[in-house]
Design a protein around this ligand. Sequence first.
Ligand SMILES: [Zn+2]
Length: 362
Amino acid sequence: MIEVTEPMSSRAPRVGSASGDRHPRSLWVGMAGLAALLLVGIASVLAMAPAAPAGPAAPAEAFSADRAMTHISAIADEPRAMGSAQHGEARAYLLDQLGSLGWRTEVQESIGMFDFGVDGTQQIGAVANVIATRPGTASTGTVLLTAHYDTVAGSPGAGDDGIGVGVLLEAARALSTVGTSRNTVMILLTDAEEVGLLGAEAFVRERAKELGTTVVLNHEARGAGGGPMTFRMSSPNSELIEVLAGAPGVFADSSSEATFEALPSAKFYNPQQRSHGGYAATLLDSAMGCAIFSRLGKNSNFGTIELKINYVRGIFAETGRLTCTGKVIHFGRRIQTAEARIVDEAGKLYAHGSGTFMVYTE
Ligand SMILES: [Zn+2]
């Protein structure tokens, strides 16, 4: 408690005097407490800041963000949508870079499908995954580093997922300077992620079995700024978290249980020329549902049994990027509850909701 309501006058005893007057003493204690809180706050912010980027002159065996950036500049000139000429050029660049570092490169050409287990209409396409391997000396499994090299049709994809690709090319360079490793390292740059994870589907279906025990580190980008963050780990993950904890400048988050992003557009408008209520409902239900899902065990699944939604503001195409974060409120054995909020880039609230979910075992 900081007592600052009583102004200090010239008649007030000196702060810290032994006069026995409790106001100046508690003011002093309060100020010290405030300073300590500020220090803790500053330390927390500093602790969450990513490691400072290493420049182009960083030692060869070190990872340099500057060097990673050169790859992003090379591939992110234009959109690399699946099947486009730029997509092919990017693939040639990746093969050239990884090959020149001495990695064994190949292209996995296949047909990828969103989900072979589902009947009816779904995305399907010819994919070309770029794979580079460095065999281990006494491998007990594979460390698989992955990112996707395609983009949506309208974006050059410097962020999503040029960052992931640039980081992996630079990591491949740094790894090739430090001799051999015990375990096999594979870099997988997947195709057609944006149209439904088609490249990843083809890789898992055709190639995953040959890798043995595999640790997969997927590098994906969301938004347009901020430091790197580890999120969404599969379970069990205690050993992975221990390794992560020893890495410099690491930041992992489990507080925002599930976050979705959306770019509103006129195609979701109702006759009143604003986004249909179902648009926000879908986002809220998805974020809450995934927050629940992230806590479930292997053979469990869930269903939404009730949604309550408050529409606060209209959502228009001009509203810009929206973020929806869902959090678990109650995690019972059969029934769970969650809540979620939709905000824009300035933090303005558009809708919020709560839901009830039922868990079942498959
Ligand atoms: Zn992506």
